[in-house]
Design a protein around this ligand. Structure first.
Ligand code: ADP
Length: 209
């Protein structure tokens, strides 16, 4: 019997919930704006633990394998874009030449690839209770215009598909964080080998739990 990612995740987190793991990338815009420390500070402040960390400039091949690139994921990109256009009274046919979610997703993912290989990123593995969900909350909504204040994207980015799509580029939203446990498992394995992950005990663990 082989365990699917999600089943394996459930098994680990049932026994040791404090060992749930997720992946964070400070994107090229975050690194170039000097926001690495700020992103990591917010994660550590919450009580989540950084157990792996490195800087590198990704290759196109690596980025292609990082994102799911499935039709479902591409359609998701397209749907978020269409929702944004609807909310802002914009016509996708006029802006992008199509209103097909898959086609829009393909365009966006091409721009995203270019952006992610445009400079160094900082990757880290973050561990803690409900790490995947908590880090997504710290990071905030994909579209900075919709991100709540107090989130990294809400406090440090102001980009929008309205401008990004016009300039045929990815949205610059400072960070990436795994969207769900399956993504987290895949992304951690993709960017880190086991020797690069360093379990340790944080001083306040005895007091907090
Ligand atoms: P998240 O990064 O929040 O998990 P997605 O996986 O849906 O969100 O999107 C991946 C990345 O693609 C986003 O973080 C953003 O940088 C970029 N992106 C998403 N939608 C658009 C868009 N309409 N135009 C340009 N870039 C986009």
């Amino acid at each position: 019997m082989t365990l699917r990612g999600y089943e394996l995740f459930n098994l680990i987190t049932m026994v040791k919930p404090q060992e749930e793991k997720t992946l964070v990338l400070v994107k090229p815009d975050g690194v170039k704006r000097g926001l690495v420390g700020e992103c990591l500070r917010r994660i550590e402040q919450r009580g989540l633990k950084i157990i792996a960390l490195k800087m590198f400039t990704p290759t196109r091949e690596e980025i292609k394998k990082h994102y799911p690139n499935t039709d479902k994921w591409l359609r998701g990109l397209g749907e978020k874009t269409l929702e944004h256009y609807k909310a802002h009274g914009q016509d996708p046919m006029k802006e992008l030449g199509t209103d097909d979610t898959l086609e829009i997703g393909r365009k966006v993912s091409g721009w995203l690839e270019e952006f992610m290989i445009s400079g160094p990123v900082v990757a880290c593995v973050v561990q803690g209770i409900h790490a995947v969900e908590m880090v997504r909350k710290i990071v905030g909504n994909t579209l900075p215009a919709k991100a709540d204040m107090g989130t990294i994207r809400g406090d440090y980015s102001v980009d929008s598909p309205t401008l990004a799509n016009l300039q045929k580029r990815s949205i610059h939203n400072v960070v990436h964080a795994s969207g769900d446990p399956d993504e987290a498992l895949h992304e951690i394995e993709h960017w880190f080998n086991p020797q690069e992950i360093h379990p340790y005990k944080r001083a306040e663990e005895d007091i907090m739990f």
